[in-house]
Design a protein around this ligand. Structure first.
Ligand code: ADP
Length: 322
């Protein structure tokens, strides 16, 4: 049965490109003759009735903006059976027949629970970490990688001038994709990711010493947030090599900024497909990228998938960063 009225919300950590997805949901929904409302601050907006009616112009001038015009939040109240029930009751009161949820795995668990409570939901992966097992790509990842590369390039200029070593922490608590891609793009001597345990001597010092012998004078070590400890690492490297070493944590700058072309396009595609799927009566699905194509999967099936780290690319990184 075709739905008449849908909502869109952004939940969990924000990511550049979420606005492109919101825009696509709103415009696609309206083009199918549905009423579309924007829910503010993630699931909190459903609990508090904090929603706004959207029209074609509500999403003008946002495709190039970072963050999310709907704001985002983590909602401990929603993460309880009573919270989910209250959100579902409020949806019925507000005449919301279905919800597009843009966020990470946690937000998808919420979408599954809300579907089970009678409100059909469709998820879209939005997180800069690229840490969603079911999707090769998550909205925001490309922008975050490009920001990290730009920042490390700047550090490199000054490191090069002083023959120093730079230890840089990039985001990625459970997932080393951002570190791996950035590490390759900046020519890092070592890349430390949560998926692969490292040995200080073998994976950092020996590699630095080897490249030093062939004439390298400045070094970049990229460390994923999930590995952490960059201050201590910098001290230990300086002690072991005598090379002046500085630690930098890039932090939240990686979350912001104008989305890249890729995040605008993928966000638009996923948003449009999600709204169409809801209109067609599908529910409990996530829109994901697999084999370079955008497809939909059952949320529960998607949540049960295990992430596979790209070991082949990691090995290439090690081979060429010498
Ligand atoms: P992300 O979506 O980026 O993984 P979180 O894990 O913080 O971010 O989840 C965002 C929100 O989704 C939470 O604040 C909560 O309201 C909801 N959520 C998370 N996990 C669950 C769960 N297991 N069941 C229901 N809702 C959940």
């Amino acid at each position: 049965m075709a739905l008449k009225s849908i909502a869109v919300l952004t939940s969990g950590g924000d990511a550049p490109g979420m606005n492109a997805a919101v825009r696509a949901v709103v415009r696609t929904g309206i083009s199918y003759g549905m009423r579309v409302v924007g829910v503010l601050r993630g699931y909190n907006g459903l609990l508090n009735g904090d929603v706004m009616e959207m029209n074609l112009r509500s999403v003008s001038d946002i495709i190039h903006r970072g963050g999310t015009i709907l704001y985002t939040a983590r909602s401990p109240e929603f993460n309880t059976p009573e919270g989910v029930q209250k959100a579902a009751d409020n949806c019925r009161k507000m005449g919301i027949d279905g919800v597009v949820v843009i966020g990470g795995d946690g937000s998808f668990r919420g979408a599954r629970d809300l579907t089970n409570a009678g409100i059909p939901c469709i998820g879209i992966p939005g997180t800069i970490d690229n840490d969603i097992a079911s999707s090769e790509y998550t909205i925001g990842f490309d922008t975050a990688m490009n920001t990290a590369v730009e920042m490390v390039d700047r550090l490199r200029d000054t490191m090069e001038s002083h023959d120093r070593c730079s230890v840089v922490e990039v985001m990625g608590r459970r997932c080393g994709d951002l570190a791996l891609q950035t590490g390759i793009a900046v020519g890092a001597t070592s890349i430390l990711v949560p998926e692969i345990p490292y040995d200080f001597q073998r994976d950092i010092i020996d590699r630095m010493t080897f490249t030093q012998k062939t004439g390298k004078k400045h070094f970049i070590i990229i460390v994923a947030e999930g590995v952490g400890g960059v201050d201590k690492l910098a001290k230990d490297i300086e002690q072991a090599t005598g090379i002046e070493t500085r630690a930098t944590v890039l932090g939240h700058v990686q979350r912001g900024g104008s989305p890249t072309l890729r995040d605008r396009v993928v966000g638009s595609q996923m948003g449009a497909i999600a709204a169409k799927k809801l209109y067609e009566g599908y529910s409990n699905r996530v829109i994901v990228m697999r084999g370079g194509r955008i497809v939909d999967l059952d949320i529960t099936e998607a949540l049960n998938m295990k992430r596979v780290f790209d070991k082949e690319l990691y090995d290439i990184a090690l081979r060429i960063s010498i």
